[in-house]
Design a protein around this ligand. Structure first.
Ligand SMILES: Cc1ncc(COP(=O)(O)O)c(C=O)c1O
Length: 403
């Protein structure tokens, strides 16, 4: 079969792949503890489900405008005002079929062949492929654990070329959980302020922050920065609605209009029922977010402490999101590592370690190479305290066998 160069360039999402593998083992009766999934383990709150049921019963099951119903746009505008002190008109807001769809569509409308998008590494798995699917070129800026996995203004300056079209900021970050402070964001803004570069702020984990960390968006720096920023967010993580597929973005009306055109000729509207559920999520009682974040915070402390006790592991405490991203190079230096290399044929150490942990410890983690760093693995702590304790204990036992 002949396929397009476009599709041949990209691989399936490794995070979804790990989850599928863990589920397949579970289906065979093998007891696997999964740290792979990037979704809250809470149910969607009942008020949101009820809103969806009411929408079905009221016959709100037909096409809507491609860019979303006015009621949801209004809710999103209110949300930006309430939570972010950002004012947008309806023409500056669009509803997409999930946050992934937001980013994909944006890349489709802003990039031409060879246009560059600056992405700091470790990055969310889908940014580079979505850039490439739009014929763009991802320009990867490597960050370090010592600097909290954050891009410095100097690094940003050096990455900019005449082809730079956009810079992605994802704070708090998937996979590292690190978040930029107001000062750090302001320093990055200074670099791009007078340049014709679009800032893409992916705020998907905005509401999941710890230790009183204050979220700050680059669009808040100045009016000038607001004009050159596209803010993306969604209901997937904040309201435990990953399956409902609702994301949204706000910014320059001419960009939003083009995304609307693209949606009108590709996906049409995001699911009507999910849109009504999202109206309730954003306008309704926000109490469940606090409860969810409190549970994540407790689990964060348990997992970080436990991972730091595993020989060869070092783990920073994340500022936000629900991922631990331990450095595991110490394991690659262990005496028994050669056995792992011989057994697992992958060219990447983090993939070998993940396979070893799956087979030896029956624990599913995501290799760091999927996020651009072979020196790390990612564990989602959106799972029960019991699973975290038992899972890290199993990792510990398996790693000790290599020392
Ligand atoms: C950083 C980041 N952005 C966007 C998304 C997209 O979320 P969704 O498409 O489920 O709304 C994810 C999901 O994992 C993410 O981690």
């Amino acid at each position: 079969m002949k396929f397009s160069d476009r599709i041949l360039k990209i691989k399936p999402s490794p995070t979804l792949e790990v989850t599928a593998l863990a589920n397949a083992l579970k289906a065979k009766g093998i007891d696997v503890i999964g740290f792979g999934t990037g979704e809250p383990d809470f149910d969607t709150p009942d008020n949101i489900k009820q809103a969806a049921i009411r929408a079905i019963e009221a016959g709100k099951t037909k096409y809507t405008p491609a860019g979303g119903i006015p009621e949801l746009k209004k809710a999103v505008i209110e949300k930006f005002k309430r939570d972010n002190r950002l004012e947008y008109k309806p023409s500056e807001v669009i509803i997409n079929s999930g946050g992934k769809h937001s980013f994909y569509n944006l890349m489709q409308v802003i990039l031409n062949r060879g246009d560059e998008v600056i992405i700091s590494s470790p990055y969310w798995v889908s940014y580079p492929p979505m850039t490439e699917l739009a014929d763009g070129t991802p320009v990867i800026v490597d960050t370090t654990e010592e600097r909290g996995f954050k891009m410095t203004p100097d690094q940003l300056e050096r990455a900019i070329t005449g082809r730079t079209r956009a810079v992605v900021i994802n704070s708090p970050s998937n996979p590292t959980g690190s978040a930029y402070t107001r000062q750090e964001i302001e320093a990055l803004a200074e670099v791009v302020e007078d340049r014709d570069i679009l800032m893409v702020s992916d705020d998907m984990y905005e509401s999941i922050l710890y230790d009183g960390f204050e979220f700050f968006n680059i669009a808040n720096v100045s009016d000038k920065m607001k004009k050159k920023t596209i803010v993306m967010n969604g209901v997937s993580k904040t309201y435990s609605m990953t399956g409902w597929r609702i994301g949204y973005m706000a910014g320059d009306a001419s960009i939003v209009e083009r995304v609307d055109t693209l949606q009108s000729q590709s996906t049409s509207n995001p699911t009507s029922i999910s849109q009504w559920a999202a109206v309730e999520a954003i306008n309704g009682d926000q109490g469940m977010i606090k409860e969810m974040v409190a549970a994540f915070d407790r689990r964060r402390k348990i997992i970080v402490e436990a991972l730091n006790r595993v020989p060869g592991f070092t783990c920073l405490s994340p500022n936000g999101a629900f991922y631990a991203f331990p450095g595991v190079e110490g394991v690659y230096r262990m005496q028994g590592w050669q056995r792992v290399i011989e057994k697992y044929k992958s060219e990447y150490n983090s993939s070998r370690l993940s396979s070893y942990l799956l087979e030896e410890a029956r624990v599913a983690v995501v290799p760091g190479i999927a996020f651009g760093s072979d020196a790390h693995i990612r564990l989602s702590f959106a799972t029960s305290d019991k699973n975290i304790i038992e899972g890290v204990l199993r990792i510990d036992e398996a790693v000790r066998k290599l020392s």
